[in-house]
Design a protein. Structure first.
Length: 117
């Protein structure tokens, strides 16, 4: 129903910045929020940030508060994750998730972020 494509990952030195993008297509009118998650090798997937599609209200994991900023451009069906002051612990595959009605979800393929020390 909703397809997501992430981009913007890459290799960056500690202290650097990256901006991730996630473009939604399909039945985008049913999206009520968008999230970023991440998954490092050998670890469980963890929540990073969330933005409400209608109100724009945001929430963050404690580990990224003050460093990461989630934003959206609903006209472009796009959500962004600005990541500053990156640390090696931020290395992971970053995945975009759309929250849909009736607890439905749609996931992107992910984009790799690698932070070197």
């Amino acid at each position: 129903q909703v397809q997501l494509v992430e981009s913007g990952g890459g290799l960056v030195q500690a202290g650097g910045s990256l901006r991730l993008s996630c473009v939604a297509s399909g039945r985008t009118f049913i999206i009520h929020a968008m999230d970023w998650f991440r998954q490092a090798p050998g670890k469980e997937r963890e929540f990073v940030a969330r933005i409400s599609w209608s109100s724009g209200s945001t929430s963050y994991a404690d580990s990224v508060k003050g460093r990461f900023t989630i934003s959206s451009d609903t006209a472009k069906n796009t959500v962004y994750l600005q990541m500053n002051s990156l640390k090696p612990d931020d290395t992971a595959v970053y995945l975009c998730n759309a929250e849909l009605p009736f607890s439905g979800q749609s996931w992107g393929q992910g984009t790799q972020v690698t932070v070197s020390s």
